[in-house]
Design a protein around this ligand. Structure first.
Ligand SMILES: *Cc1c(COP(=O)(O)O)cnc(C)c1O
Length: 364
């Protein structure tokens, strides 16, 4: 019933010839730094869920992103990326800009003409997020990916916040989907991992080769925990999304709250695109409130912690944590203010969560 955990680094063969043969035979398990049957089971599940041809399980979401960037970019290449991006991804791009002469053009991501205008002869990659952290920006994925494809540019989509249950980016023209499995896929705040899913085998092979060289292949126990998480993903996510919708509506109506950034609210700038593209609005959103840090300290049930996507609801202050690498201008570009609090909703009772938020808002 359950996928066995192959907690082994090494595999044993009858003789030296068999080891040498296995090393050059695709699909053979030789060393878990290359691949492992438990990882393989998760890769098959994720490829199926995302509608890709193959997948790669990595030691973290950042590991998946780096393996994909290594497989697609060379010195001097150009990237088009949406402005609202996970802070760690911006840090990776900044490093590539500095050390590898890579150029990055940031676009809003709402109109394919932005891609047309940004294209250069050296453009290799369009990089998007289905639902961007923390402001809930949703790009026009189908239009942007179609324009990239017309120019022979590979589209990579970070689908961490949507999961394949809310959006399958490959069906909308993406070539690669990346995930931080640390978040909703794992879902219990107990594992760090990543997944990349590919629409073609060539990209998969290249990303796997880079993942091996980077040393970011997942440990089998991590893959095993993520498989276990996947079994309850639909139950967790539907509860998390419906509670997030309820809390976002109540916060938007609360006089102490100056703004709520949830794509499920009709007032959100991405609401129409989100309604078309997604089968749910996600469960992580941001609000703005004066005395943000005091509010966060006054919460009792809701925990102060940096990561997200698990069973417990957590709050986080993006400007001083996930987006700390960004200067003032980049923070403004990402839409992150000092008043902003990010809430990642868990599976607790919605009224318990609201009671906690309400008491902390009253005290702030
Ligand atoms: C957390 C996160 C990452 C990085 O994943 P790790 O597993 O922490 O390395 C990448 N993208 C998004 C959208 C994330 O939320």
């Amino acid at each position: 019933m359950a996928v066995p955990l192959y907690q082994t680094a090494n595999f044993v063969f009858d003789g030296p010839q068999q080891v040498a043969e296995a090393m050059t035979t695709p699909g053979q398990f030789v060393y878990s730094g290359y691949s492992n049957p438990t990882n393989r089971a998760l890769e098959e599940a994720m490829a199926e869920l995302e509608g890709g041809v193959n997948a790669l399980v990595t030691a973290s979401g950042t590991g998946a992103i780096n393996a994909v960037l290594h497989a697609t970019l060379r010195h001097g290449d150009h990237v088009i990326a949406q402005k609202a991006l996970y802070g760690g991804t911006v840090a990776v791009f900044n490093d590539l800009i500095e050390r590898c002469n890579v150029a990055v053009t940031y676009i809003e991501g709402v109109d394919s003409a932005e891609v047309t205008a940004a294209i250069r002869p050296t453009t290799k990659l369009l990089y998007l997020e289905t639902i961007a952290n923390p402001i809930g920006h949703v790009p026009d994925l189908p239009a942007l990916a179609a324009e990239a494809r017309r120019h022979g540019v590979v589209t990579v989509v970070d689908n961490t916040f949507a999961t394949p249950l809310l959006c399958r980016p490959i069906e909308h023209g993406a070539d690669v989907v990346v995930h931080s499995a640390t978040k909703y896929l794992g879902g219990h705040h107990d594992v760090v991992g990543g997944v990349a899913v590919f629409a073609n085998d060539d990209l998969h092979l290249r990303a796997w080769q880079h993942a091996v060289k980077l040393g970011v292949i997942a440990d089998p126990f991590a893959a095993w925990l993520i498989i276990r998480g996947l079994k309850t993903l639909p139950l967790r996510l539907s509860r998390q999304c419906s509670t997030a919708g309820l809390l976002a509506e109540r916060m938007a109506a609360h006089p102490a709250v100056s703004a709520v950034h949830f794509p499920g609210l009709p007032s959100h700038p991405s609401h129409d695109r989100a309604t078309k593209l997604l089968s749910g609005y996600g469960a992580t959103f941001a609000m703005e409130i004066p005395f943000a840090q005091r509010f966060m300290g006054d919460l009792a049930l809701i925990l102060n912690a940096p990561s997200l996507g698990g069973t417990e609801t957590i709050v986080m202050h993006p400007a001083t944590t996930s987006h700390r690498h960004l200067d003032a201008e980049a923070l403004q570009q990402a839409g992150v203010s000092q008043d902003m609090v990010r809430i990642a909703v868990g599976v607790e009772h919605p009224e318990d969560l609201w009671d906690d938020i309400d008491q902390a808002l009253d005290r702030s």
